[in-house]
Design a protein around this ligand. Structure first.
Ligand code: AMP
Ligand code: MG
Length: 409
């Protein structure tokens, strides 16, 4: 039985980034570049005005003061998107809008606020610095320069940079499609009224939500009854339609737990079954025709913790990310935690982490039963009680995984 870190390593060793696809910028936020992007163009493509005002020759305005203003003849109006047909000659100016190409002959722009229009002329009451309010061609990006390195996860600014040089699509690793199969005869839809002995299928929602938050595309399957035939049909369909398969429930040693047996029938290679951890001990991992299959136990918190600790890093590797894991840090424990027996397992305790006087303090967010989702709701981190420790008390140092990041919401 592998430890948590051995299990994670086995998973990560078995997956590689999905082949890159050329993707429209509107669909590419957060996706990872499969190649270095070089600029085919220069930005700005032409020298232009940074202000609404008048394109002038700085020399013409040299002696202007409020007491002795000077007047320039306005030749024409130049909106953004147009090109001047006149050139600015000594004693003249062209009215220009922000973004319009600087006309020939002009070297500076006087903002409209510093002028007064008088008939066909403009009044200028102060000198202007040569090059003032002018944006030079190429001052932002140069043709041939490296814009973004391979492995860069596209941000909004990166999308804008690519668009500005005409790269309307980018080669990125796609979002993996994750088939999510919840199993169990006791389950009914959230909208249904459970009959005797039935409960609602909450895991389909937590797990699909996590898949989205992790950047993947969840494919929720219809709930799978606890029969060999139903499990076989669902797994075969998942294999044919998804990049990653996650099954939930039916992985333990109950009489109706068919996932392991069916995976063996389908020829899947078992990488491991069971991990030295709690919750989520019965986690299994297979490769079915090369596709990762996570067999995750059904308890609500076990499901979320396994998604978080194992499925998330695998999805990130498939998406080409360099950083696969959450920020990991050490915190100071507050409260008390005790394993019921010395079981040699790492316990992942749901905690609320907060900064206090420069330290990270973590306190259990509620009861720790593997089916108690309300304490998961209130947690923002998992504290890892080591396999050889029996208890934690206030003041103990503990390893912490911070499981919330701004982009998750
Ligand atoms: P299993 O792993 O199938 O033995 O299920 C373990 C526990 O988790 C049982 O109490 C199930 O009723 C519960 N459970 C299984 N699947 C779900 C689900 N999709 N939503 C909520 N609870 C579930
Ligand atoms: Mg079950």
């Amino acid at each position: 039985m592998p430890t948590c870190s051995e299990a994670l390593q086995l998973i990560l060793d078995s997956v590689a980034p999905l082949p890159a696809r050329s993707t429209l910028l509107f669909d590419a936020l957060g996706l990872v570049l499969a190649g270095t992007q070089t600029s085919p163009e220069t930005v700005p493509p032409f020298t232009n005005s940074a202000m609404d005002g008048y394109a002038v020759r700085a020399d013409d305005c040299a002696g202007a003061t409020p007491a002795s203003p000077l007047f320039l003849e306005v030749l024409s109006d130049l909106p953004a998107g147009s090109v001047a047909t006149d050139a600015v000659r000594p004693g003249t100016a062209i009215r220009i809008m922000t973004g319009a190409p600087l006309p020939a002959g002009a070297d500076s722009v006087v903002p409209v606020e510093a002028t007064a229009s008088e008939g066909t002329r403009v009044r200028i009451a102060a000198p202007v610095k040569q090059g003032a309010n002018v944006r030079l061609a190429g001052e932002d990006l140069r043709a041939g320069e490296e814009l973004l390195p391979r492995g860069f996860a596209l941000t909004p600014a990166a999308l804008g940079i690519l668009a500005s040089v005409g790269l309307a699509e980018a080669p990125v690793h796609p979002r993996p499609r994750v088939a999510i199969l919840t199993t169990g005869d006791e389950l009914v839809a959230a909208a249904a009224r459970p009959g005797p002995g039935q409960i609602r299928d909450s895991n389909i929602h937590t797990m699909c939500g996590q898949a989205v938050a992790f950047g993947a595309v969840p494919v929720p399957f219809p709930r799978v009854p606890d029969t060999r035939e139903a499990v076989t049909a669902a797994l075969a369909k998942a294999r044919d339609t998804a990049d990653v398969i996650v099954t939930n429930g039916g992985i333990s040693v109950g009489d109706y737990d068919f996932i392991k047996a069916v995976l063996a029938d389908l020829g899947a290679r078992e990488v491991f079954w069971k991990v030295k951890q709690k919750p989520g001990g019965p986690l299994g991992y297979w490769l079915l025709d090369g596709k990762p299959v996570f067999g995750i136990p059904g308890n609500t918190v076990a499901a979320m913790v396994c998604m978080e600790e194992y499925v998330r890093p695998a999805l990130r590797k498939l998406m080409g990310h360099a950083r696969l894991l959450r920020p990991e840090t050490t915190g100071v424990f507050e409260g008390s935690f005790r394993k019921s027996v010395q079981d040699g397992k790492v316990h992942l305790v749901r905690v609320r982490a907060r900064r206090e006087e420069g330290r990270l303090v973590v306190a259990p967010s509620g009861p720790q039963g593997s089916g108690i989702l309300s304490s998961m709701l209130r947690s923002n981190a998992l504290a890892l009680v080591p396999a050889d420790a029996l208890a934690l008390k206030t003041g103990d140092e503990v390893q912490v995984h911070l499981i919330e990041e701004p982009e998750d919401h």
